[in-house]
Ligand binder design. Structure first.
Ligand code: SF4
Length: 377
């Protein structure tokens, strides 16, 4: 087969992690489920692209930067609206801190979201570099923003993503790279290293070529590991996780009337027992899903999904504050009573100002949805 598409840092990493996962995503085209941490990272990246991407020499204002976060907010993949509101506030805090730290020394970068395409021994490779600056000595400085809570600082010296960016920028822009940086946004901390040595660049070139050869040769064995499988969306397609369904029970041969009568007599007791067991199992599943923060999980033969609408209730004390808040936003006429279904509608409306949603959630208490949908795999 041919390569299904140009390689990128993330597709090479996925192939290395589990070739079957790569195949399901890039060859079979089965999309992964949206993840809140990708949506959050994308939203903050878009706001920083706005910050640096203007053509003029001056930075936009802080208000404009926060507005760009609102305008570019990616809502998919969050567990619920409370989690989304929490992340929006986190994004706002990060950008406010970033703005205060960097607005004074603002210089328009050489490139923002620089798209590159290169060929490594005929293998096409693409990617995007968050920011490229020009250092005083004329060399390039490459910056990659990280929005995850933790950053493995020890990987900066060897990380293949930065090596790939060096390779791409030097071949595309014709200038030497002098500095490579992972900028850890939650802590507003840049971690910089110098140019990669030739040995690392050459190892990356070999890895690109070897990965392409393995894909073309259709080597797609599953490679289970705790890390790879824990967050993998493809368990339903993966032989490591599928089991043959148990044999159905043999049909009863007893057609005797007395036996039917006895069975009939037993049914209500069995139904009550099944109902009790179902309630017990449901409570245990909901408790585990809540603890782990999952909305969906898989057994060997069924998947289960939390459904229903989360509600927010307000104490008598907070209702006055909610009314004031709604009046400030000019929405009181629309909602009329802070505990009514209309306010729930306001909370679930993606067009509602994220700050208003976050403030309303702070004043109320969330009543989690407790419906479970069970579907055979
Ligand atoms: S469940 Fe594990 S082994 Fe199976 S495709 Fe996903 S990562 Fe690979």
């Amino acid at each position: 087969m041919d390569l299904p598409r140009a390689l990128s840092h993330s597709s090479i990493s996925m192939y290395t992690e589990c070739p079957l996962k790569y195949k399901l995503k890039y060859v079979d085209g089965i999309p992964e489920k949206p993840k809140h941490f990708f949506s959050f990272g994308q939203s903050v990246h878009l706001a920083l692209e706005f910050f640096y991407g203007g053509k003029g020499p001056a930075a936009p204002s802080l208000e404009e930067l926060i507005q760009s976060l609102k305008d570019n907010w990616v809502s998919t993949g969050y567990r619920d609206q409370a989690q989304e509101a929490e992340y929006f506030l986190q994004g706002k805090d990060i950008l406010t801190g970033y703005y205060k730290k960097h607005v004074k020394g603002f210089t328009p970068p050489l490139h923002v979201e620089y798209d590159f395409k290169l060929a490594v021994e005929g293998v096409p490779v693409t990617g995007k570099v968050d920011r490229i600056d020009r250092l005083p000595d004329g060399k390039l400085s490459i910056v990659d923003y990280k929005t995850g809570k933790a950053l493995a600082v020890d990987r900066i010296e060897t990380d293949a993503q930065l090596t790939m960016y060096q390779l791409a920028c030097e071949s595309g822009l014709g200038a030497e790279v002098g500095q490579l940086t992972f900028y850890h946004l939650p802590l507003l901390k840049p971690h910089s290293v110098g140019r990669r040595p030739e040995a690392l660049v050459s190892a990356l070139r070999s890895r690109i070529v070897d990965t392409a050869a393995a894909i073309v040769a259709e080597r797609f064995d599953p490679k289970p590991s705790e890390n790879a499988c824990r967050w993998c969306d493809y368990k339903a397609y993966c032989p490591v996780f599928s089991k043959a369904p148990e044999a159905a029970p043999a049909p009863s041969a007893d057609g005797d009337l007395a036996a039917l009568i006895d069975r009939s007599g037993d049914i209500p007791a069995r139904a009550a027992e099944a109902e009790r067991e179902a309630a017990e199992v449901k409570a245990a599943i909901l408790s585990i899903l809540r603890r782990k923060g999952y909305v969906r999980a898989f057994g060997a033969r069924y998947e289960i999904q939390r459904s229903g609408v989360e509600k927010v209730e307000f104490s008598e004390h907070n209702k006055k504050k909610v009314i004031r808040l709604l009046k400030d936003y000019g929405l009181y006429e629309k909602v009329q009573a802070p505990s009514g279904p209309l306010i729930q509608k306001l909370l679930s409306d993606p067009g509602t100002d994220p700050l208003l949603r976050a403030s309303l959630r702070e004043l109320g208490s969330a009543v989690e949805p407790s419906d479970l949908k069970v579907t055979p795999l």
